[in-house]
Each structure stands twice: as structure tokens, then as C-alpha cells.
Design a protein around this ligand. Structure first.
Ligand SMILES: O=C(O)CCC(=O)C(=O)O
Ligand SMILES: [Fe+2]
Length: 431
């Protein structure tokens, strides 16, 4: 029975006659700038443990520099015998050599049903198609690690097929790894490329080395100091290519909070991140990744004037909220999706028209108070700053659920002054 997945049939049913020859942006693979490939920094990992403090520090420094510069580096002398990898490759070959119907079958080699992927079910253009198959095996599925039930770290066996559709189709589409770090073992065929400053650069395989790359969780935890770099795999010509990647992941409920201030990303759980990615891939064919978890730090001197207006006389009752008066009138409450000002004092008179004027807020991390969202679902009293993906909505949500100042301009027709504010000496972070 044939082991090869029916790429060609699958491919033409997705793209029909529009491929090859289509020229739309979605359909073109970005060219490789340096196909001959660069040699990533090679780090001798034995220096970490051989007792020489000077060498250990230098080794750490080399890793830090390489991770900052490339998001990738190679390691040698990591303490795993070569034979282990040779055996793994042999087993990997056997696994992929099983018949295709067996591989897609309900239950295969004691592995879970969803561990096998081939092609790309959500591809809508050639550039989104991956001409490869992969087994995804969590540590919990490997019997000797079965006590690690909640450990989400996993191995991925990748097999790249020789190109059949020309260079328009990739072996693996551009992506960042969701992991904390990824450790890759590959054969000598090559094809891995990383994106540096918008350009695709080939990575030369090195027979003795494992390739390590920074994943999204490391980027978030390091507050963006280390980048989870986009990478892809070019389909090999006339040969197959094998690789094995180990993705080191946190537990599902681990909360990721970045170090340093201002915080670039809001706090989130690994579960939340994975679920968001799954939704994004379903909706858009790609994951939005960390950019949908950008947090915003608000600091400085803020002021909110809150009050009620008598609809007949148009007389306004004012309350100033901010700095020292904050505690008298309410407080800012943060949750994962908004920063709200809640005031118990805001509106007691149901026949009065409530209003809010805001000034003195600055959002750090390039957010601007753009495009307010009208929402009448919120019944509480107060103002609300709502982060919706890349936009900041500046809402004032009143106790009747009506939106009064939805662009942050304030009740007096003034543009707001977006300056820093600080509360109790702490930076307030919201998203
Ligand atoms: O096979 C490779 O070189 C890279 C694999 C990879 O990026 C992945 O599995 O996420
Ligand atoms: Fe990857």
C-alpha cells in the first residue's frame, strides 16, 4: 500500500485550474535572498557544565547574543550520543513508510487520533500549502513519560516530499513556534529558512549540531528581548527530507507574564494563547500570534471628570476622578480585556444625563485610542478602555448602557491630552 499522501489530488481539488499561473499576492511565495545559506552561531554546550566559570559565562553570552540577533542558534556537545538520533531517524522512516490509510486511521501505533497531519487542510492558496506530513507526539503519549500527563511539550516528526508543484509550494509554511523553545534535529538536505529584517535566509545544516530557536512563549516572557522568528521550509528537489523537532512548552494553565516594564504583552495563560491561535488559524488560515496579546501600560497623571447633567436646565454636577480623589469616587479595575473605571458615586439620579470627560492618559506600546466600539452589554457605571485586537477603544459606558464619549474627546469638546499617569506609584497595565 502506498505510503505517500495524495498531495496532488488534494492540491488540485483545493486550487483547481487557478494554479499554477496565478499571480495574486496570496499565491506567491516570497523569494529566498540567501539560498546558499548562513551558518548560524555554533555554541559548545559542554562549557555550561564543565566547571570553568569563564567559559560558562562566555557560553551564556554567546547564546544571549545569538538569540537576540537571530532568534536561532546551533548547539554542539549537548551530551546526547549520535546513535540516539540515528535510531530516531530510522524509527521516523519506518513510521512514515506505513501505508497512508494506516497513518490517517482511527488509531495508529498507540498514538492519538489527531497526531498526524499532511498537506494543509486550511490552505486557500498555493503559498499556504505545506508539502509535508508530520506526526505530533506529546510527552504524555510516550509511555515512559506518561506521568507527565499535563506536560504539553511534544515531538514533531516532519517528512518533506520532493517538490512536485515547482518552487511555488513550500515544505512548511512560514510560522513562529508557539513553544518556549524548539530544538531541531535535521538531516543534511537543508531547506530551513528564517526571516531576518523581512528577508528569507537559508540555514545551512551542520551534521553535529542541533538547531535551537526561540518560541512565542520565550518572546512574551522576555518582554520581546528575544524574538520568536518566523521560519519556513523549502521543499527539497528530488529527495526527501526528515527532521525531528522538540517543542518545549509550558503547562496548559501556566500564566505567562513578561519581565520588565513597561510590559509589552498582557498576562495570559498558555491555554488562552493556544485557543486563540486555533481560532485564528480556522478563521484566517494563519495565527495572529503574540500581536493579539499586546498589553498596554498606562501611566502618568490622569484625570476623569464625571458628572450628571440635568436634561432641562443642562446644569452639570461634576466629580473629578484621578490622583488623590480616585479613592473617593471609585477605582480603575483591570481584567484581561479592559481597564474600567467603576464609580459608585457616578449616577444616582435616574433622570439625570450622565457624562464623562477624560484627559491625561497615555498608552505605551504604540496603541492609540482608535475606533470606539459601541457596546450596550455593559451595565456597570463607569468608563471603559477596551482593547480589541490591535485597536484601543475608548468607551465611556454609563449606567444605562449608553455610550457617551466614545472617542475619548471629553464632554467639553476638547481633544484629550494623552499624557502619562501613574496610580499609587504603579504602572497600570491593561489590554
Ligand atoms: O523541519 C524543519 O527544519 C523545521 C520544522 C519546523 O519549523 C516545525 O516543525 O515547526
Ligand atoms: Fe517551526
Amino acid at each position: 500500500m502506498a505510503s505517500q499522501p495524495p498531495f496532488e489530488t488534494n492540491f488540485s481539488s483545493i486550487f483547481g485550474s487557478s494554479f499554477p499561473g496565478s499571480t495574486s499576492d496570496n499565491n506567491t511565495v516570497e523569494p529566498t535572498v540567501q539560498a546558499a545559506g548562513i551558518k548560524l552561531p555554533v555554541i559548545n554546550l559542554s562549557h555550561l557544565t564543565n566547571g570553568d566559570e569563564v567559559k560558562r559565562k562566555r557560553c551564556v553570552r554567546q547564546m544571549v547574543e545569538a538569540a537576540k540577533e537571530w532568534g536561532f542558534f546551533q548547539i554542539v556537545n549537548y551530551g546526547i550520543p549520535k546513535e540516539v538520533f540515528e535510531m530516531m531517524f530510522l524509527e521516523e522512516k519506518k513510521l512514515f513508510d506505513r501505508s497512508f490509510s494506516e497513518k490517517v486511521g482511527e488509531k495508529f501505533s498507540d498514538l492519538s487520533k489527531n497526531c498526524y497531519r499532511w498537506g494543509n487542510p486550511s490552505a486557500t492558496s498555493p503559498a499556504q500549502y505545506s508539502l509535508s506530513e508530520a506526526f505530533h507526539i506529546t510527552l504524555a503519549e510516550i509511555s515512559s513519560f506518561s506521568y507527565e500527563r499535563n506536560n504539553l511539550s511534544f515531538l514533531r516528526f516532519n517528512k518533506y516530499h520532493p517538490r512536485v508543484f515547482g518552487s511555488e509550494v513550500l515544505g512548511l509554511v512560514p510560522h513562529t513556534d508557539t513553544s518556549f523553545i524548539t530544538i531541531l534535529f535535521q538531516d543534511q538536505i537543508g531547506g530551513l529558512e528564517l526571516n531576518k529584517n523581512g528577508q528569507w535566509i537559508g540555514v545551512k545544516p551542520c551534521s553535529e549540531a542541533l538547531t535551537v530557536n526561540i518560541g512565542d512563549m520565550f518572546q512574551a516572557l522576555s518582554n520581546g528581548v528575544y524574538q520568536s522568528v518566523r521560519h519556513r521550509v523549502i521543499s527539497p528537489v528530488n529527495v526527501e527530507r526528515l527532521s525531528i523537532a522538540f517543542f518545549v512548552c509550558p503547562y496548559l494553565e501556566t500564566e505567562i507574564e513578561c519581565f520588565g516594564n513597561p510590559k509589552k504583552y498582557r498576562r495570559f495563560s498558555f491555554r488562552e494563547y493556544k485557543e486563540q491561535n486555533e481560532r485564528d488559524v480556522k478563521e484566517t488560515g494563519d495565527k495572529v500570534g503574540l500581536s493579539s496579546h499586546i498589553g498596554t501600560t498606562v501611566q502618568g497623571n490622569y484625570k476623569a471628570i464625571i458628572g450628571t447633567e440635568n436634561p432641562t436646565t443642562r446644569r452639570r454636577r461634576k466629580r473629578t476622578v484621578g490622583d488623590d480623589s480616585r479613592s473617593r469616587f471609585g477605582d480603575f479595575v483591570e481584567d484581561h480585556t479592559s481597564l474600567s473605571f467603576i464609580s459608585s458615586d457616578l449616577i444616582d439620579h435616574t433622570n439625570q444625563k450622565p457624562w464623562i470627560s477624560l484627559s491625561g492618559f497615555e498608552f505605551i506600546n504604540q496603541m492609540s485610542p482608535a475606533g470606539a466600539e459601541a457596546s450596550s452589554s455593559r451595565k456597570g457605571k463607569g468608563i471603559r478602555l477596551k482593547h480589541h485586537r490591535h485597536d484601543f477603544s475608548f468607551l465611556s459606558v454609563l449606567d444605562n448602557g449608553r455610550i457617551e464619549d466614545n472617542d475619548g474627546r471629553g464632554g467639553q469638546g476638547r481633544d484629550p491630552v494623552w499624557r502619562c499617569y501613574q496610580v499609587d506609584g504603579q504602572n497600570r497595565t491593561c489590554s
